[in-house]
Write a protein that binds this ligand. Sequence first.
Ligand SMILES: Cc1cc2nc3c(=O)[nH]c(=O)nc-3n(C[C@H](O)[C@H](O)[C@H](O)COP(=O)(O)O)c2cc1C
Length: 292
Amino acid sequence: MCVAIAIIESVMHVLTRLSACRSNGNAKRCRQIHGRHVRKARTPIWTCGPPESMLSSRRRAADERGTRELLERDGTSNIRVDRHWAGNMTETSASLNILGICGSLRKGSYNLGLLSALQDIAPAGVTIDILTSWDDIPVLNTDLLDEDGQPPVAVKRVADLIRAADAVIFASPEYCYSVPGPVKNLTDWLALPPHVNALRFKPTGVIGASVGPGGSARGQMVLRATLMFHDAIVMGKPEIAVAFSGVKFDPEGNLKDEATVELLRRYLSDFIEFSDSTRARRLDTLNREFVF
Ligand SMILES: Cc1cc2nc3c(=O)[nH]c(=O)nc-3n(C[C@H](O)[C@H](O)[C@H](O)COP(=O)(O)O)c2cc1C
């Protein structure tokens, strides 16, 4: 009761100050008051700490087992997953399993190089698996759905890998100012059937490298817009758009540019925090009705 009264009083106080500012025409002061108010409202979210579920080693172990089983099952598939253990995961350390999806199917892909560089700098407890070849996914045609509305096996396999991961990072070039066709084809498939969309509420990163001066930024915008449809939770900043990739990677696609490695370090650190706070909200991917 006391808390409610205190909240009402502080809201009234802010409203009074705002209206006084408006009548004085003091725009700068108004912004400051507004800013303070917004920061105050957010404080409890950060001070109460992560819920127990986020720290549960049992859930982490189950997730990890699930990913392993999926990886093993993938032995017969065209899909290749490159696994790299970034460090020794212990029962007490925080862990995060990230699935990197490379938007280029090219062997010496610069975008594959970006994901490999992330693997190299990942801290202990963070694993990054890279989905590198998924060219057995057919061009989308809803006639290919089975009688239960399920997509082809190749699509389901990728969906399962995404589902098993704690977070996803797309690293993709830009094609013709947009997202490469295979990436759009893949994400469209993931929308079917709609109620089990694996990207839904998934902490997601979008980065990219291109040979042009834009560094894939326009393609990233298109991908971000698409991911919004899927209800993926996409980190906005920092951005990684590697321009003139031809001079930053060697011909095999290994990142050679130290400044870019530093940017990736900062990016990964922020992405881990972003993913943890998103997971802490414990959004349920299946319990809400999906409307097209
Ligand atoms: C069909 C096609 C369209 C492209 N369009 C663009 C573009 O719009 N902007 C750009 O910077 N680079 C563009 N590129 C060049 C790519 O940036 C370059 O091929 C890059 O190396 C692809 O990424 P990857 O190394 O990961 O395969 C295009 C390449 C192809 C094949």
